[in-house]
Every structure is written in C-alpha cells, then in structure tokens.
Design a protein around this ligand. Structure first.
Ligand code: TIU
Length: 236
C-alpha cells in the first residue's frame, strides 16, 4: 500500500489496483488552432503541465500502474455527437468542421491526436469518449472492473470540464480518486483552483487532491509520507 499526503486527509491506495487516468491531452486542447483555441481560449496554461504529466507517466510505468489515456473525439460521421454539442457556442468553425488541425474533435484527425510529448505506449489503454465525462457512453467502468481497479490518480485537461466530470462520475461508481493538482490545468486558472477546493471540501466529497511531489514522496517512502500514513492509521 502507498499513502499520499493529500487533502483533506491521506490517500491510501494499492498500486496493483490503481490506474493513472490522463484526460484528453490532445492537440485539439493544447495547441493553437485546436478546439480549445477556437472556443476563444489561450492554450498556454494547459501546455505548462506537460512536464508534470511526463514525470507521473514515467513513475507509473516504473511501478507497473495501469495507464489510461482518454480522448474526446467523435466518429467522422458525428454519429456520436449530439446536435446540441455541435451547436454549442455557435462557432464558425466547430466540431466536425475543417480547421487548422484537421476536422475539429474528429477521431483520426491531427487535432484529436495526443500531444507528441505524451503519446501512449504499448500496454497503455486509449479510451475514446464522445462526452466530457470518461464514463459516459464508454466501456471505462467495465475495463476498470475487469482489471480489478478501485483507485484512480486523475489529471489532464481541463480541470473543471472533463477532469472534474470524470471524477464525479467515478465517485458515484465507487472509485477512490486523487486529483494530482499539477497534473491538471484549466484555460481559466482560477477555475482550476476552485475545482481543487470543491473536490476536497466536505470531507472529500468528490475525492482527494495532492501535488505531484506528494505522489512521488509516497513512492520514495519518505519520512513525510510515512508520518502521514501513521497519522491516518491512528485516526482509524
Ligand atoms: N472546453 C473545455 O474546457 N474542455 C473541453 O471541452 N473538454 C475537455 O475538458 N477535455
């Protein structure tokens, strides 16, 4: 078992039953000309978490955790895109339209692909999803059950849209989720901060939150992490 010094109290997980879930680190959200930029956002805050994502992925691979990359992308015929989603925002160049990164948010197009620094590796699971939450209209719950996964370390983009929606869906399905704070980002930085507070409020109503350094400390078996684990055990 590993224990992370998290808020609102230590987060304990068994690596054999824990997956890393990296939400939607796609060119369409992180690069100029993609869906996020077409919505009027500055993509710079999202790009800043790429090095932290690389560190956590390396840690996960070193310790044999399962890795799941989600991808918000639609079928080329938009058969899985509700008209309300396509119409939202009234964009001149919206979902399915040809844009600077190919057809916007369409599977197989350059924009739907992952940023080059975070390409999935052999053994990782890639989960295409048509919605904001990773459990909606996907096999994610079945995949996690089949692999005995009970705990999720979650990050990606954007914190208040796909990351938070997925955490809430996971909570209702019985998973224990840790939001790795510097592994997630929003186009609107104070939304990110607000989500962290929402997650840990009310005794961890949605889950736990901790910085990447605390996750790394749990693996290092540092005195700090050990002390937190002891404190949690003492609380019963
Ligand atoms: N617009 C926005 O902040 N996010 C999304 O549309 N999708 C995800 O968060 N992945």
């Amino acid at each position: 078992m590993k224990t992370v010094h998290a808020r609102p109290y230590p987060y304990t997980f068994d690596p054999a039953h824990t997956a890393l879930v990296l939400i939607d680190m796609q060119r369409d959200f992180l690069e100029p000309g993609g869906f996020g930029a077409l919505l009027g956002n500055d993509v710079a805050p999202l790009r800043r978490i790429v090095p932290a994502c690389q560190r956590l992925l390396a840690l996960a691979r070193e310790h044999g955790l399962r890795v799941i990359h989600t991808q918000e992308a639609h079928d080329p015929l938009l058969a899985d895109c509700p008209p309300s989603k396509k119409a939202r925002g009234g964009l001149a160049c919206g979902i399915g339209d040809p844009g600077p990164l190919g057809r916007v948010l369409v599977a197989g197009e350059p924009g739907a692909g992952f940023v080059p620094e975070l390409l999935p590796q052999s053994g990782d699971t890639v989960l295409r999803k048509p919605g904001k939450g990773a459990f909606h209209a996907t096999a994610l719950d079945a995949i996690l059950h089949a692999q005995g996964i009970t705990h999720l370390l979650i990050g990606g983009v954007t914190t208040e849209v796909c990351v938070q929606t997925t955490m809430r869906e996971a909570y209702d399905r019985g998973y224990g989720c840790l939001l790795v704070q510097d592994w997630a980002a929003s186009y609107v930085p104070h939304f990110h901060d607000a989500v962290v507070e929402m997650v840990v409020a009310q005794g961890g109503i949605v889950g736990w939150a901790a910085p990447l350094a605390a996750v790394e400390a749990a693996w290092a078996g540092s005195a700090f992490a050990q002390a937190a684990a002891a404190a949690a055990a003492a609380k019963g």
